[in-house]
Design a binder for this molecule. Structure first.
Ligand code: FE2
Length: 184
């Protein structure tokens, strides 16, 4: 990298681009996973969840585009190919195929835990070197955190407990939903 944003050091530009590359991979993985769920959801809540997910796919794709273009603006090269994503990521493919809506949402809630948490870390780590990148990540986090609420609200009882509380793996979170689960 030989140049970056004026008044930033090349070293800081490189550091921020590296943080953004991992956000690009997480967002790309997320919008593909959301489509996978959109296609595989079945059962009585099918249409609500199927239709809820498409605006999330569109918004997350726009976030990935924003992040990739910021990497380029910083003077680095955004890597958008799937092989690099799979090689660099620290998580496995989403593990559930055809399944009921609430089962998928219990698993997706964990997917959002990862993306939202890592966005929060990136916000902290970009504060000093690049407040413009930080501002972009803050705007994205507001949307991502709202989307996680949409997911989580389906899992929430009127007592405030989550049906999948305490589960940390996608398959066990999905498996924790009782067959006769009534959201209220
Ligand atoms: Fe569709």
């Amino acid at each position: 990298m030989s140049f970056t944003i004026p008044n930033m050091t090349v070293e800081d530009g490189q550091k921020v681009a590296g943080i953004l590359q991992s956000r690009l991979e997480a967002l790309t993985d997320l919008h593909l996973t959301l489509k996978h769920v959109h296609w595989n959801v079945v059962g009585p809540h099918f249409i609500a969840v199927h239709e809820m997910l498409d605006p999330q796919v569109d918004a997350v794709r726009l976030m990935a585009d924003q992040v990739a273009e910021r990497i380029a603006a910083l003077g680095s090269e955004p890597i958008g190919v799937p092989g690099a994503l799979v090689k660099n990521r620290s998580w496995d493919d989403y593990s559930i195929n055809r399944a009921g809506a609430i089962e998928h949402l219990a698993a997706l809630n964990l997917v959002y835990d990862g993306v939202v948490g890592d966005h929060r870390t990136a916000i902290k780590d970009t504060e000093e070197p690049d407040p413009v990148t930080q501002d972009m990540l803050i705007g994205q986090s507001a949307q991502l955190e709202q989307f996680q609420w949409f997911i989580r609200a389906h899992l929430e009882r009127s007592s405030g407990d989550l049906v999948s509380a305490g589960e940390i793996h996608e398959t066990s979170a999905a498996g924790s939903v009782p067959a006769d689960y009534d959201p209220a």
